[in-house]
Design a protein around this ligand. Structure first.
Ligand SMILES: [Mg+2]
Length: 215
């Protein structure tokens, strides 16, 4: 890598930087089984991934969303260290970007305590310049507010920034914020769902991501 196409690179966390896809799927399955007594297909369990947890629970049951939320979180937190994984090659991309002087941020719909648990289980290879969680803004992805909040902290502009994520909500938020979006296919969503959002590019490997981020 010889130059950075964007000096500010923001990343989604779940399914992009860390492999929490099985953790999330199993947490959802546990919550709807315990609270609602149902088994839902993975596609239904995973449809809202990338939006705040409380909103996803509203979709499963408006009346029992609070209970689902608490049962999900208790199981998820108890099983984070066991089920969370790194994606091979992603840490190397982060280290390369840091070495090139990029300002780097996480913009996630996760709550801060869950982010801290994830980072305790798998310590980041770099120092993140900003971490935006669901508590930081009243509105969430696909709304651009969390991305705008990250740029304010970093004193960056949309034009000099890119957002990398695995969900259509990430790419919608990037477009709404006026910044470039890059979709990655190693997370919870497939290529077709990402391409439908017409991002700058959709990549299949960390090596392709690094190529897309190079000037
Ligand atoms: Mg994600």
């Amino acid at each position: 890598m010889h130059a950075l196409r964007w000096p500010v690179v923001l990343f989604d966390l779940d399914g992009t930087v860390l492999d929490t896809v099985e953790l999330i799927r199993a947490s959802h399955a546990h919550a709807v089984r315990e609270v609602l007594g149902v088994e839902l297909p993975d596609e239904e369990l995973m449809a809202g991934i990338g939006t705040p947890l409380r909103e996803q629970m509203e979709v499963f049951s408006a009346e029992r969303a609070d209970e689902l939320f608490h049962v999900y979180r208790a199981w998820n937190h108890a099983n984070t260290a066991r089920l969370i994984e790194r994606y091979p090659g992603v840490d190397e991309v982060l280290l390369e970007l840091e070495a090139e002087g990029a300002r780097l941020g996480i913009v996630t719909s996760k709550m801060l305590d869950a982010v801290e648990l994830a980072f305790a289980a798998l310590p980041p290879p770099i120092v993140w310049d900003v971490v935006i969680t669901t508590e930081d803004t009243p509105l969430h992805k696909p709304h651009p507010a969390p991305l705008i909040a990250a740029l304010e902290r970093l004193e960056g502009t949309p034009a000099e920034s890119v957002y990398v994520g695995d969900s259509p909500f990430d790419l919608q938020a990037a477009r709404a914020a006026g910044m470039a979006g890059i979709g990655v296919t190693w997370g919870a969503f497939g290529r077709a769902a990402l391409e439908a959002e017409e991002p700058l590019v959709v990549v299949d490997t960390p090596a392709e991501l690094l190529e897309a981020l190079a000037g």
